[in-house]
Design a binder for this molecule. Structure first.
Ligand code: SF4
Ligand code: SF4
Length: 349
């Protein structure tokens, strides 16, 4: 799979080397047959992994708002609604609000699979429309780089995560460049990454922080969509040489760092035909925990769900099949598969 298929089309001319990378085929993340839809009794089947609020840079918003294809009308309406409500709306781009961070922080504490249907909508991406991404053509950062079960396990997680950081760097740098080019006053520029809590225009009592909004938007206040389109017009005209220069030495380091991680990811692709090694000794420690002793003598403690998931691997299934067939009761991150293969808890049929 080439990265070209992942990036918005206007990036292809700007970042020709990056988008031409051949990345491993993420065959364990079958989005058209997503395991999160395995049970329609679970609210997660309505959002899949889109319980996220993408931070969109100014020029990407301009690209979407300048697109005349009917297919993106809903996405444009959703962006216009954000602009009208002034939610997370800044000249750098559109973020969410600080409560999005609260959900991200709580992800580890709450069982997001078990959320009631009525609560699911609260956490769904605002650009999701009846299970479909309304801004797909112009998605960025994590939406480009997220795979639930990377085929290279921990190596894949590391590569995609660094690529995500690199894309965020590109988005921040190009959005700042565009603002300078359209005449945004340099003395008001912030060089920090745009985050969900960077600007909150609403006080606790619900009143609006007019002064903050006005200082931020300057002469574009009331014409926010115009600024986004002007930024897109600047970026889309750049050559790849100009983009390289704008991204500078940090861009070069990040590019080569991701390339190295990609190479190691390609060398560590999880093979097909996984089974629990017959030579592994299994001892139940308590009703919820097992101890597995590998042929090399390494002892690993696993919970009952992980043990059951390992037993499901019969040489014909991958980790997504296991989650799908068990209706999400069982799941096995591929980073664990890498570890279990390394110490021979798993073998190939
Ligand atoms: S990345 Fe994984 S969880 Fe998300 S839609 Fe694709 S298969 Fe489903
Ligand atoms: S922007 Fe699209 S792909 Fe990204 S989280 Fe939202 S709906 Fe999903």
């Amino acid at each position: 799979m080439k990265l070209t298929s992942k990036f918005p089309a206007f990036y292809h001319k700007l970042l020709p080397d990056l988008v031409s990378w051949e990345v491993p085929d993420e065959r364990f993340a079958d989005c058209s047959n997503c395991h999160l839809c395995a049970s329609d009794k679970l609210s997660v089947s309505t959002t899949k992994c889109c319980t996220y609020h993408a931070i969109l840079p100014n020029y990407m918003l301009g690209a979407l708002l300048s697109d005349d294809e009917d297919e993106w009308e809903t996405g444009k309406e959703k962006i216009q609604l954000k602009i009208n409500n002034k939610i997370g709306v800044t000249p750098y781009g559109i973020a969410g609000t600080p409560d999005i961070l609260e959900f991200n922080q709580n992800r580890r504490k709450i069982n997001t699979l078990a959320l009631p249907f009525e609560d699911r909508a609260k956490y769904a991406c605002p650009y999701l429309d009846s299970g479909r991404c309304s801004i797909w053509k112009y998605r960025g950062e994590l939406c480009i780089t997220y795979f639930c079960h990377p085929v290279s396990g921990a190596h894949g997680n590391k590569f995609w995560n660094h690529l995500f950081q690199y894309i965020r760097y590109i988005e921040r740098t190009l959005s700042l460049y565009a603002m300078i080019e359209i005449g945004y006053p340099k003395k008001h520029l912030s060089f920090k990454l745009l985050e969900h809590n960077s600007y909150n225009f609403y006080k606790k009592d619900g009143s609006f922080k007019d002064k903050l909004y006005h200082n931020l938007w300057q002469q574009w206040e009331g014409n926010e969509a115009r600024l986004y389109k002007e930024c897109y017009d600047v970026i889309v005209k750049l050559s790849s040489e100009q983009v390289d220069k704008i991204l500078g030495s940090e861009g070069t380091w990040r590019y080569h760092q991701c390339l190295e991680l990609l190479e190691s990811s390609k060398k560590n692709i999880i093979p097909d035909g996984l089974i629990l090694n017959e030579a592994v000794l299994v001892k139940q420690l308590n009703p919820n925990q097992y101890e597995l002793t590998s042929p090399k003598g390494q002892k690993i403690k696993v919970n009952i769900k992980t043990y059951m998931a390992l037993k499901k691997l019969d040489g014909s299934k991958n980790v997504q099949d296991v989650a799908r067939e068990s209706k999400l009761i069982l799941s096995l991150p591929t980073r664990l598969i890498t570890q279990y293969l390394n110490n021979d808890v798993l073998s190939i049929k």
